[in-house]
Write a protein that binds this ligand. Structure first.
Ligand code: HEM
Ligand SMILES: *[C@@H]1O[C@H](CO)[C@@H](O)[C@H](O)[C@H]1NC(C)=O
Ligand SMILES: *[C@@H]1O[C@H](CO)[C@@H](O)[C@H](O)[C@H]1NC(C)=O
Length: 559
């Protein structure tokens, strides 16, 4: 059976003599391998052209990029950002021209693999797709959420009615009581850091990578205030009985998040030491968490039945979550697995994000001494040199808050909001004041709408001179403003925002009062060159800044 080919192709294939003879139903059949290959190739090319055309139609002919692979999925994400492949970094590297060339809504249509999507730097579109609600046609795609379900259903992964249920229980945990605790623990951790790192009698400290400090800080604060565990700066990795300590288990779990979520179960069970350690950490932590849920429930019940004095209990998020859950009834209650899922999601949503942003903040302050001086002046005016700052000072330290918000704008840790249409739908956005009516974009089922946070934070319509580090742009902005879009906007905005800003303001206040932070420039290097070299994005699960080095010099105190 020779495959019939168009004349031009058969001429091509006649140059080869590769044949395969096989017996089929008693007859010998001869297959020309080249013709098979050429046919398959032709079928492939035609199918890819059709995929491309469907993608362009599905994204409503919005201008944009036509690329082989979807940038955030395998294999596109693994290939570096180059002229033909956007890869993981296009949002960062192409931020200065992409939206200028195509407009705020850019279609990215892959022709080899991946779903077509619209990437947007427009907040009105963000508001519509991110809101969630039970009527919304947009959900977080399964593939993105599956990774978050390792420990149980949770607020980040849930959608629709289920999301409402989780938010109802999680909401009350994020209260002033929690932030007060975040402040106290952050101050305590700062003191431990100074003593454990032996900086108490040093005048100058070289910090090769600021992230080593901020990641440890953020992990300890989530551990203490989120999980309610008593961790400390220099705890040994093993417990007194020789087993892995809970603190170490939490560190391992936080560090191996990528491996645990991106690789299949059977790989994780392979007998490699590193994988075994991760598995031990997971099992240990899970068993510990289950114990903790039981203990907390018993504690709350005995308190409410008056067996012990009602002192209000512990103020970590975990305890308050269990408390809020005990007050709910029936179908509004979360089960134990969901409770644990929500405690863990704080680790993943709140640890890297805060740590990265703090590192970026110190990177900018080390470079721009005038901005640092202005912030230190406020710290001295509000707190002075000797008094311990308290949570009550938070509201008056708006310039400290502003340097953090501005670093977050420039390195938005939650760099993308991913949503997918569950049915054919439309995005409807009212026209700007002065123009009648509204603009609509039809979105067919299965198409993804991605809010590109870098695009939003560098959109000149929302932030003038977006490439400039200008904390003063945040002075006097009310905290309900949608300008804080890096935490997302609307009902699904970040629940941990004030947790993060409280930790940041407390830590920066203490650190900057004691130490002058300086970037070390190479000989002849300008600030601009240093910034381009060091303050560059590093994207994994969250977006951060690459390793930032600095020198801390003890401040002269007035005598
Ligand atoms: C600088 C620090 C942080 C940034 C930039 C940030 C950013 C974000 C963003 C953009 C979202 C929306 C995600 C989406 O809709 O797809 C989000 C949601 C969330 N964040 Fe944060 N976050 C930060 C800190 C924290 C902290 C410290 C916690 C917890 C202690 C936390 C817990 C959460 C949770 C639970 C959600 C899901 C809320 C919901 O869907 O209702 N985040 N965050
Ligand atoms: C992007 O789409 C939204 C929604 O249709 C629209 O309001 C906005 O004007 C669009 N942006 C541009 C630059 O076309
Ligand atoms: C915004 O301000 C209100 C009133 O001062 C305060 O209760 C709330 O915690 C603030 N939110 C954030 C995220 O800072």
């Amino acid at each position: 059976m020779a495959v019939k080919l168009p004349p031009i192709l058969s001429r091509l294939t006649s140059y080869t003599h590769a044949h395969l003879r096989i017996a089929f139903l008693g007859q010998e059949i001869q297959i020309n391998l080249m013709s098979v290959f050429v046919t398959l190739l032709a079928v492939f090319v035609v199918s890819r052209v059709m995929k491309l055309m469907k993608g362009i139609r599905d994204t409503n002919y919005i201008p944009g990029l036509r690329v082989p692979f979807q940038p955030l999925a395998f294999p596109g994400a693994l290939i570096p950002t180059t002229w033909w492949n956007p890869g993981m970094y296009f949002m960062w590297k192409w931020r200065s021209w992409m939206y200028k060339r195509y407009g705020e809504n850019v279609s990215i249509v892959p022709f080899i693999s991946g779903v077509p999507g619209i990437f947007t730097s427009n907040l009105d579109v963000a508001r519509q797709v991110s809101a969630g609600g039970h009527k919304s046609a947009f959900v977080k795609p399964q593939t993105a959420s599956r990774a978050l379900l390792l420990w149980g259903m949770n607020l980040v992964a849930a959608d629709g009615e289920q999301w409402r249920k989780h938010r109802r229980i999680m909401g009350p945990a994020f209260s002033n009581k929690l932030y007060q605790q975040v402040w106290i623990e952050t101050a305590e951790t700062y003191r431990e850091m100074i003593s454990a790192e032996r900086w108490a009698d040093k005048k100058v400290v070289d910090i090769p990578v600021i992230q080593t400090l901020t990641f440890k800080l953020a992990l300890l604060i989530i551990g203490r205030c989120g999980f309610g565990f008593s961790f400390d700066w220099s705890a040994p990795p093993t417990a007194p009985d020789g087993s892995m300590s809970v603190q170490e288990a939490l560190r391992v779990v936080a560090d191996s998040y990528m491996i645990s979520t991106m690789t299949p179960k059977w790989v994780q069970n392979l007998p490699f030491k590193k994988l075994q350690t991760i598995k031990t950490a997971h099992d240990q932590l899970m068993a510990f968490m289950q114990e903790q849920v039981i203990e907390r429930k018993a504690d709350i019940r005995s308190r409410s039945s008056g067996k012990t004095a009602k002192t209000g209990g512990a103020s970590d998020a975990f305890t308050m979550l269990v408390e809020a859950n005990e007050e709910e009834s029936g179908k509004f209650q979360l089960d134990d697995e969901e409770l644990i899922g929500n405690v863990f999601i704080m680790l993943f949503a709140g640890h890297e994000t805060t740590a990265h942003t703090l590192a970026a903040t110190l990177g900018f302050l080390g470079l721009y001494q005038d901005i640092q001086d202005e912030v230190v002046q406020q710290i001295i005016d509000v707190v002075g040199w000797d008094r311990e700052p308290t949570y009550e000072d938070y509201g008056k330290l708006d310039k400290v808050l502003a340097v953090f918000y501005e670093a977050l704008r420039m390195f938005p840790a939650g760099y993308i909001l991913i949503r997918e249409a569950t049915e054919d739908t439309v995005i409807t956005v009212p026209n700007p004041p002065g123009q009648e009516g509204s603009t609509t974009i039809p979105i067919p089922k299965g198409v993804q709408v991605m809010v590109d946070m870098v695009g939003v934070q560098y959109n000149p319509r929302y932030f003038d001179e977006p490439e400039k580090y200008k904390p003063s742009r945040w002075y006097g902005v009310t905290n309900e403003s949608e300008a804080f879009s890096a935490f997302s906007i609307g009902p699904r905005a970040c629940i941990g925002r004030k947790f993060a800003t409280t930790e940041a303001v407390c830590f920066l206040t203490l650190l900057l009062r004691d130490w002058g932070v300086k970037s070390v420039l190479r000989d002849g290097e300008t600030k601009e060159q240093w910034r381009n070299r060091v303050l560059d994005a590093n994207i994994v699960l969250t977006l951060g800044v690459t390793d930032v080095p600095a020198t801390f010099t003890r401040r002269e105190r007035p005598t």
